[in-house]
Design a binder for this molecule. Structure first.
Ligand code: HEM
Length: 534
């Protein structure tokens, strides 16, 4: 982006370039009438001349061969840019608000870096599909560099040979359609466990509220262990830390800590020229997370290496990686095995909890879903994955929840590594790119009353069963690898919970939609009251 020296020139530039690029002469006219009222025709003419001059000056900048205008910028303060306005850890909302004023694409300054933010479906697709070749790398914060072992995971790597190999491994062994078929028994066991636990708790409801998150997340962790290592792990002796760890402690170290660590803000990330100043406290905290995760993963890997050497082979990711896959280094093996654990345990839970929250808040919609389930399953059959294709309303509940409560609200930042264009604007190499999925899913031109949770909007007749109805799973070559698993688990989970119980929210928690964390987890777990249907 063009570096203009003073704050005022930036503001001037924004105002002028917005007018010059976003509006044709006719649409400028009403604004021109305001100019005339204040300063007469001379001001309007002078404005027009300086506007043309500035536009031609900008388009002659080096590295802008197509003479495209620069992306409109959101005004910020000197040095910090727009950082202060982003200090709360929910930038997707701020980005969406800015889109109302500055349009679906704008640029901001985060300290010394420039970031382009896109907030519309069309622009997001252009960025993730059409211009992918110029925007396929990542620039990670210091915390993420440590936690991803310097991009040694599919979701955070650049688009390179390593990414392609490990994504293929994941799809072949766990997440692709054939692998999902092989792991079916694990998902069925999860559904049965979930149901059993809810039936145990139901008699205490409403005196004791049900914390669905606790149960569902723990079941997902079990599933992740089964798919990754072949069986669940109740505890493990971690030699490097000299202690035996419970399942809950492993969950903390493998899932909770890294999720929180990933959003730790190190102010040096925004001012690379100050990198020499130490920030020991934060670095120490993240390093500790890294060391503890490594120790637990090492212990798990050793345990299963012993199992495999003793001749007990299971259909699991570690069995696959150690036998059939292209050999990996120890670091790559560790990160490959950790990645599906953290990815399984979080986003699917976030979606399911929000869906149950919305269904509890909307009894009529819950009833409509229950009627659909009754029509398909009768009074005695359980919901199974085969029946999902006969339940359009359940599918609509899933997609509408993803739209309103996208678990990944902003795609992990991409980095523009060569000059490109977006929406007719020039985007120079060195810019960071934020695709605001939440903003895309709130686009008024596409969604009527976008803030409203209304599954009915997905019930259009003859609509193919397309996983990409919203932008929630991303798009293009980096589209989510786990979309199928997430859909199967969430839909069967939601369906069974509504089939077997009537849900309502515990009193006084009706409008609790705050979020927390890297993904948009509900800030406070949903506390529900459930009543068995029969
Ligand atoms: C509702 C649940 C989920 C949502 C909303 C979701 C969302 C996303 C999004 C938006 C991306 C794209 C990131 C980008 O373009 O940079 C992504 C990537 C990815 N997701 Fe998911 N995800 C979900 C569940 C899962 C699950 C269950 C797994 C695995 C167990 C998983 C594994 C991955 C992987 C490996 C990538 C990286 C793909 C790549 O970079 O090529 N996701 N996910």
């Amino acid at each position: 982006m063009h570096q203009l020296p003073h704050h005022q020139s930036v503001v001037l530039f924004i105002q002028i370039s917005r007018i010059s690029t976003k509006m044709d002469l006719q649409t400028v006219a009403p604004m021109g009438s305001a100019a005339i009222a204040f300063g007469g025709p001379a001001v309007a003419v002078a404005g027009g001349i300086s506007l043309l001059f500035l536009k031609s000056f900008l388009s002659q900048q080096p590295g802008n061969p197509n003479h495209l205008p620069s992306v409109p910028a959101v005004p910020g303060v000197p040095l910090l840019g727009n950082l202060l306005e982003l200090k709360e850890k929910k930038p997707y909302k701020t980005f969406t608000k800015w889109a109302e004023t500055y349009g679906p694409i704008y640029s901001i300054k985060t300290g010394a870096s420039s970031m382009v933010v896109v907030n519309s479906n069309q622009l997001a697709k252009e960025a993730m599909v059409t211009r992918f070749d110029s925007i396929s790398t990542r620039k990670l914060s210091k915390a993420l560099q440590i936690l991803t072992a310097d991009k040694t995971m599919v979701a955070m790597s650049d688009y390179d040979d390593y990414h392609k190999t490990v994504k293929r491994n994941l799809l072949t062994s766990i997440l692709g359609p054939a692998a999902q078929k092989r792991h079916r028994a694990h998902r069925d066991a999860m559904g049965d466990n979930l149901s059993r636990q809810l039936h145990v708790l139901a008699p205490n409801s409403p005196q004791e509220a049900i914390n669905l998150r606790q149960i569902f997340q723990s079941e997902l962790f079990t599933l992740a262990f089964k798919q990754t290592f072949g069986r669940d792990m109740e505890s493990i002796y971690v030699g490097d830390l000299g202690t035996t760890m419970t399942r809950d402690e492993m969950f903390q170290i493998l899932v909770v800590d890294p999720m929180m660590g990933a959003i730790e803000v190190d102010w040096r990330d925004f001012f690379p020229y100050l990198k020499w100043i130490p920030n020991a406290k934060l670095e120490e905290k993240i390093e500790q997370m890294y060391i503890r995760r490594k120790a637990v993963m090492k212990a798990l890997i050793q345990e299963h290496r012993n199992r495999i050497e003793s001749g007990e082979n299971l259909d699991s990711y570690i069995d696959y990686l150690l036998s059939e896959a292209q050999p990996l280094t120890e670091k790559q093996l560790l990160m490959s095995l950790w990645e599906p654990i953290i990815e399984t345990a979080d986003t699917t839970m976030v979606t399911t909890e929000w869906a149950m929250y919305e269904l509890s808040k909307h009894p009529n919609k819950q009833q409509r879903l229950y009627n659909e389930i009754r029509n398909v399953c009768g009074t005695s059959e359980k919901i199974t994955e085969e029946k999902l294709c006969k339940m359009p309303y359940l599918s609509a509940v899933f997609h509408e929840t993803l739209r309103v409560h996208s678990p990944v609200a902003i795609i992990p930042l991409r980095y523009v590594h060569e000059n490109t264009e977006l929406g007719g604007y020039h985007v120079p190499a060195g810019t960071e790119l934020a695709v605001n999925i939440y903003g895309c899913n709130m686009e008024r031109e596409i969604w009527e009353n976008p803030e409203e949770w209304s599954p009915e909007r997905f019930l259009a007749e003859n609509e193919p069963n397309n996983m990409l109805k919203t932008m929630a799973f991303g798009a293009g070559k980096r589209v989510c690898a786990g979309a199928m698993q997430a859909m199967l688990l969430a839909c069967v989970g939601i369906g069974r919970m509504v089939q077997e119980f009537e849900w309502r929210l515990k009193d006084d928690v009706e409008e609790d939609v705050n979020t927390l964390g890297l993904t948009t987890q509900k800030l406070n777990p949903m506390l529900a009251v459930i009543k068995p249907r029969n």
